[in-house]
Design a protein around this ligand. Structure first.
Ligand code: UGA
Length: 438
């Protein structure tokens, strides 16, 4: 079992740290933010991620997981170092790797014995080489090291499960020695026969962007098919279901909705498109995916307006769900934010309810009304828009909902309500590409 240091305690760093400790390694998670480290030491985690708090607490108790702000010491004592700091988007759409570069410099300055340096952060293709040269430039004692690119494929909301049971592990390593060390780090997965792909560094970096962009493309594709279904009277769920039965297509990521959001797909598709342009080529399908997604978000507002006879001013709209997907408190590029902005811009009044995000939303939109239950949020509203497919909305009591609202109008952008039931309880409604087949 290896001594590992993870630099960066965002959701990737924390899940990786807790997961690798659970695999039996000795893991130190390091961050420059003292308040965050103190919180983690006390057993509290700063994000909403199912199963993570338990996994962290268990591994801390087993003395395999530690938290510190002492980056120099944690680098010196590690055999393997994972870089898991943020790569925010820069103005030209590319990922900004300043934090990664800073960490590479610190690693170089603190190298004392041979180590494997491994990047988890999503970085533009070619960054591995930059990291190696920065480490080299600061490696005054001339210590030997190897570099590995090990992209993550975790989904927020199911990151713990994804880490413990991945479809594959990609290890972009320049030599067999580094690959073997990484295999040791992931030993329980290796003995479980999880596919471990040994690639070069650029291939591993590319796999991350190619995977995320393809999934984003798949979503935009089904959204466009859904829009066409609406025109011709076809049901997109049955279309997607039948398509998904074809093993070459697969049923995953064929769920239509209000457009993808989050911290990954929007940012990574833009990064890949601008990376290609920088290299004087184009990934046109990815460029179109971005455009289709922006249009899809706008389309949701147009649907709402139509349901309200194109009159939003002074209407009160209840927005169910703020996070970009269920089981997370992440609102980055959430379709909810786009529709709230559009409603407010046209003079509408917004009520919100989300199972984990409460008054924090008022920091972005101070004029909206945030409620702690769907019942309060629905009182006397002119319409409800379901923006996130939290379970609580799937099983909502439509009779009660109708009795609370001023007018029974629903826009179900996640297609989670039964069309039959909406008809039964007298709602005017719209969704994304569904028809009443009964
Ligand atoms: C995504 C990838 O799925 C992970 O493999 C990857 O590791 C991660 O990005 C990352 O790069 O860190 P995540 O953004 O957490 O994960 O969430 P997803 O479940 O992929 O959902 C992204 C967005 O697509 C959400 O807004 C979701 O509602 C939407 N979506 C997803 C659909 O509209 N339809 C679908 O069929 C699936």
């Amino acid at each position: 079992m290896k001594k590992i240091t993870i630099i960066g305690t965002g959701y990737v760093g924390l899940v990786t740290g807790a997961g690798l400790a659970d695999f039996g390694n000795y893991v130190t998670c390091v961050d420059i933010k003292e308040s965050k480290i103190n919180l983690l030491k006390s057993g509290t985690i700063p994000i909403h991620e199912p199963g993570l708090e338990k996994l962290i607490q268990y591994n801390v108790r087993e003395k395999r997981l530690f938290f510190t702000t002492d980056i120099g010491k944690s680098i010196s004592q590690a055999e393997v170092i994972f870089i898991a700091v943020g790569t925010p988007e820069s103005e030209n759409g590319e990922a900004n790797i300043d934090f990664v570069k800073q960490v590479a410099k610190t690693i170089g300055e603190n190298l004392n014995i041979y180590k494997v340096i491994c990047t988890k952060s999503t970085v533009p293709i070619g960054t591995g080489k930059i990291i190696c040269s920065i480490i080299e430039a600061n490696n005054i004692r001339n210590i030997n090291f190897d570099y590995v690119s090990n992209p993550e494929f975790l989904r927020e909301g199911s990151a713990v499960k994804d880490f413990l049971l991945p479809d594959r592990v990609v290890i972009g390593a320049v030599n067999k020695k580094a690959f073997k060390i990484l295999k040791e780090v992931y030993r329980p997965l290796y003995i479980n026969e999880t596919p471990m792909l040994h690639t070069n560094i650029e291939t591993a970096e590319m796999i991350k962007y190619a995977s995320n962009s393809f999934l984003a493309l798949k979503i935009s594709y089904i959204n466009e098919i859904a829009n066409l279904c609406e025109i011709v009277g076809a049901d997109v769920h049955l279309v997607a279901k039948a398509m998904g039965k074809d093993g070459r297509i697969s049923s995953k990521f064929l769920h239509p909705g209000p457009g993808f959001g989050g911290s990954c797909f929007p940012k990574d598709t833009r990064a890949l498109a601008s990376f290609a342009k920088k290299h004087e080529t184009r990934v046109r399908l990815v460029e179109e995916t971005i455009k289709v997604n922006n249009k899809q978000k706008d389309r949701m507002f147009i649907k709402l307006k139509k349901l309200l006879d194109y009159n939003i001013a002074n209407k009160t709209i209840g927005v169910f769900g703020l996070s970009f997907k269920p089981n997370t408190d992440d609102i980055r590029e959430s379709p909810s934010l786009s529709i709230i902005k559009a409603i407010l811009k046209e003079g509408g009044i917004v009520n919100t309810y989300d199972p984990v995000i409460n008054d924090e939303i008022k920091k972005i939109y101070p004029t909206l009304n945030s409620f702690h239950s769907w019942e309060e949020c629905s009182k006397d509203v002119d319409a409800i828009v379901i923006m996130t497919d939290w379970n609580v909305f799937r099983g909502i009591d439509l009779k009660k909902l109708n009795s609370l609202m001023k007018t029974p109008i629903i826009l179900d952008t996640r297609n989670i309500l039964s069309v039959e039931k909406l008809n039964e309880f007298g709602f005017s409604y719209d969704n994304v590409g569904r028809v009443d087949i009964n």
